[in-house]
Design a protein around this ligand. Structure first.
Ligand SMILES: [Zn+2]
Length: 419
């Protein structure tokens, strides 16, 4: 099966007077059942195309309908309660940095501040393949604040969390790179790397680099036995340090990338809520604020919840059986506004609607920065060919919920339900 969310199926979404096209599509193959005539019939595959728009989440009660409903679920991704690096492990790294007075110094002039980073230190395109779920929390109180005056962080977080989609990507291997030239002053490997719940005593696989002039960078949660550099090794920017995973205090695969100057964490991004230094990026990119789909996959099971961070099932070929079967989907969606609604619609190859249960609420009273969901319908397709599954989202933006207005500092974390 080949899923493809690159070909655009455009869906208009209201955005307070503006509108946005959301391009998403997933292709699915639908096979005819094998006929008695054998292989020739099996080969006679008909392409099925299911296109998907932004889908829905949260618990929804089953709705009786002729074609079959089943249900779905989802919600915001969980958030840690502590920093990615528990204090005991942080203390050990601080000691390693303090003991490193003899390490070679990098090119930074001592009074120019830390050298800017030329690229993100992980494979994939940020805001497409990699979602930055958390930046440094700049609010010293119990509130949260990112450099752009919003809530892309959690209380006490001290680095950047660059998320993988799921353990399937971890298994393929997502490289982590040295952000700048430097020297390895600490490394650790061999720890369990598939944590899906938060355990403060879990130890991470990691690398710490010294870039000179008091500038250090930390790379956390690496895959077991993936650390590719030795202690005291001199590396150049772009050297592969290891692979991303979920070792240590982590509930899903991601890179925690942290920057320190003279042992003090700093936020390399500059913005309205980080004005004390200029951007420490050669080319800083803004936070992506539009609503978009990180993943959309079809499957043939009636329950894949909870499916992240595990590697969920995928299915692209559905053989018509003449009876009802599960034809379903799961997805990750970013920047879902509060009080969104959704709609599913299955269409036949000729464009006629086969099944449309109508519009429903997401039941999300708050915006979700990162949400996940699955959906599950039992259907009996009445013809073979290229089908289309439209999954639409319709929403009026909340007055205070969008980019144009900085959010209040002490507000409910956007990715947590209000209950
Ligand atoms: Zn982190």
């Amino acid at each position: 099966m080949k899923t493809n969310i690159r070909n655009p199926f455009l869906h208009r979404v209201s955005n307070g007077g503006r509108s946005a096209d959301i391009p998403v599509r997933s292709n699915v193959r639908l096979e005819k059942p094998p006929a008695n005539s054998g292989r020739a019939a099996i080969r006679k595959l008909l392409r099925t195309r299911m296109s998907a728009l932004l889908p829905a989440l949260l618990l929804v009660t089953a709705r009786a309908s002729g074609e079959g409903v089943v249900g779905g679920g989802g919600g915001p991704a969980s958030q840690p309660k502590l920093d990615c690096i528990p204090q005991a492990q942080r203390d050990a790294i601080a000691a390693a940095i303090a003991a490193n007075t003899a390490a070679p110094r990098g090119p930074n002039p001592p009074d120019a501040g830390p050298a800017p980073y030329p690229f993100q230190p992980i494979a994939g395109t940020v805001w497409q393949d990699r979602f930055i779920n958390n930046f440094v929390d700049l609010d010293p109180s119990s509130g949260i604040l990112d450099w752009d005056c919003t809530d892309f962080t959690y209380d006490g977080h001290q680095g950047h969390d660059l998320d993988l989609r799921h353990f399937g990507e971890q298994d393929v291997g997502v490289p982590i790179f040295a952000a700048l030239d430097g020297t390895v002053i600490a490394r650790h490997d061999g720890e369990f790397d598939r944590n899906n719940s938060l355990n403060p005593s879990a130890v991470a696989n990691y690398v710490v680099l010294d870039h000179g002039a008091g500038h250090h960078s930390l790379y956390w949660h690496m895959r077991s036995n993936s650390v590719a550099v030795a202690l005291n090794q001199v590396v150049t920017a772009g050297t592969q340090l290891g692979l991303a995973a979920s070792s240590g205090y982590s509930d899903g695969p991601h890179l925690h990338f942290e920057s320190q100057l003279n042992g003090v964490v700093y936020e390399p991004y500059a913005g309205n809520c980080q004005t004390s230094t200029p951007s420490r990026w050669v080319s800083q990119t803004p936070i992506r604020r539009d609503t978009y789909l990180g993943m959309f996959e079809m499957h043939g099971t009636n329950n894949v919840s909870p499916f992240l961070p595990e590697n969920p099932p995928r299915k692209g070929t559905f053989v018509r059986t003449g009876t009802f079967q599960t034809i379903s989907c799961w997805f990750t969606i970013y920047n879902l506004p509060a009080n969104s609604t959704y709609r599913f619609r299955y269409k036949r190859p000729n464009g006629t609607v086969f099944y449309d249960p109508g519009t429903f609420n997401f039941n999300n009273a708050t915006a979700y920065r990162k949400a996940q969901g699955w959906w599950n319908y039992t259907l009996n397709p009445d013809t073979s060919g290229t089908w289309t599954l439209d999954v639409g989202r319709v929403h009026q933006w909340h007055a205070h919920g969008h980019r144009a207005v900085p959010r209040p500092r002490h507000r409910q974390r956007a990715d947590q339900p209000s209950a």
